[in-house]
Write a protein that binds this ligand. Sequence first.
Ligand code: CA
Length: 385
Amino acid sequence: MKIENIETFLIERPIEESFGWGMGWTDRRQALISKITTDDGIFGWGEGGALPSAHIINEYFSTFLIGQDPRNINKQWHTMFHSLHNGYATGGIGGDAISNIDIALWDIAGKASGKSISEMLGGAVRDKVAVYATGLYYRKDEFPTKLIDEALSYVEAGYKGMKTKVGGLSVPEDVKRVSAIREAIGDDLYLMIDANKAYNAYTAIDLGNRLADQNIHWFEEPVMATDVDAYLQVKAGQPIPVAGGEVFRNRFENRDLLINRALDIVQPDVMLAGGITEFRNTAAMANAMGIQVNPHLWGSPVMISATLSLASTFPPCPYSVEPRPYEQEPVVEFDQTPNPIRNELASFIFEQEGGFVDVPQGPGLGVEIDESVLKSFCIHHTTVK
Ligand code: CA
């Protein structure tokens, strides 16, 4: 089997109501989807990056990937990685391009063998994967009614945990906002906060201490993603467990935060972290250090399937007689913000029930993309043969 052609589709949809977080606001959702077709007629879907990553895929990776056997994923991954390494380009958009292609190769290998991604990874250790609701972003005129209504909608839907944003308002205003959510949902549900790197260590510590009595389960990306010392300061200076790592592109970028125990929870993202191949490597590293892996997830059904498949295979951290989500079992981010790409691109959407989602059954990702929807959302398409 040989790779015959590679296509990239940059897709974009506006959303009705814009929303914000610690670093900005958006009025649209975007994704870069790849389709790799083989001479057998089998094709695979990938996701990751935006237009700059499409250029790396189309104008560079295609020159050595076309004609290769897509089932030899390790070889293709290392060829991509080392083709960028000397140029110091394996991070950022280079890492996104590797991730995108890697996911598509796993999809092809699964379809060719009739196996799901979790079966190819050696089998799932759990039938259902725990998820939490990501939402509660900043919106115009939200406080308190719209914000509280949204939080209660997640309780109603059966979620056991939810995450909100901090860092977009002053510390006292964010404390008021987070405390109002906690009061509305009660003490039994998990509540997490995410600053998206908007603080210096001093301000993050101030916020963490002011929220000390709100039972916050983790404080995500309090400071600059790569600043190990600032993470250690935040961990030592306030009581909330610290999470991060969603922007890292490979195990080497994760290494310094992990070996310095700068994180309590690491959150690799399959469409940034180097795809399924490299996510697995990072997850194994973290598990060896007793650091919980709770995947970051914010994209189309392609990456949702890849992430749920991966999360079905991680061992608990650590093993216990009855491993529980949020304690020893991984809990996957489940984006609830408006996203027509998530809801309309595939033939079905992943649904949670009681805070869990079923493991995708394949073959491959088990995601059927509706190509007429893909084309109607597409703002930039390239085919390389
Ligand atoms: Ca985040």
